[in-house]
Design a protein around this ligand. Sequence first.
Ligand SMILES: [Fe+2]
Length: 289
Amino acid sequence: MSLFRLYCVVEMVTYLRVCSHFDALSKQKMNYFHLQKRNLNKLLGISAYFHDSAASIVVDGKIIAAAQEERFNRDKNSAVFPSQAIRYCLKEAGITLHDVDDIVFFEKPFLKFERLLETYYNNAPKGLLSFLKAMPQWTQKKLALRREVRRELRKIDSSYKDQKKLLFASHHLSHAASAFYPSPFNDASILVVDAVGEWATATIGKGEGTKIELLREMRFPDSVGLLYSAFTYFLGFKVNSGEYKLMGLSPYGDGKSNETKRFIELIRKELVEIHEDGSIQMNRPLFHF
Ligand SMILES: [Fe+2]
């Protein structure tokens, strides 16, 4: 790729260089993450049970409709199954669930559950309350996601049969695909900087034609997005919601003031180490997630 274009999915920060601190993904994992864009079919994409549930319909490689559930149920950042968004997308596309070839969920629940268990195990007994609060939803819904999604789809269309494929893409592959495939580029570098998916918090990959490969990743708990959320929480806003307020407030800051410089110094000294390659290492004992 001589004219390597940089196409970024940036939720928090903008520039990282490929270097040693990002873990290289094994060949096996690379293949695992490898995605072939499929043409001439009807795809239903679903995001649910995390935050900002949404649905989209792609027909023959074109996005026909996409919507967030909160637009229909008026519940900001709604995390419920996006039934109304799916209905809307199907209507816009002029198709029914029977016409959909593949259904794709935006992340891999078992890998995410593994992260939750490992995080709790490493920090126990700290975090017991939030762990106990999260468990019922995991055992009742998220670990039986295939069954749960199909049950919800049957509520949308009682004649819906389960024979359609239900695929689970990794969280960062979903981000990468949502940026690269609709982009005007045939090849591109792909950078995803997120809070956290299953384990990955930032990934570097490449897109060529119909293929996407994720090559390197930074892993939980080191995360630019979670660092941003920690500041959101520290300033009294709601996590996974109030971040936009922080962004809105940032232009009012004075980057040249001595106070700002003192904070930057303090953050770099006490909270987070920024490596040569742009990856970060957080001072873990100071964060509660
Ligand atoms: Fe994400």
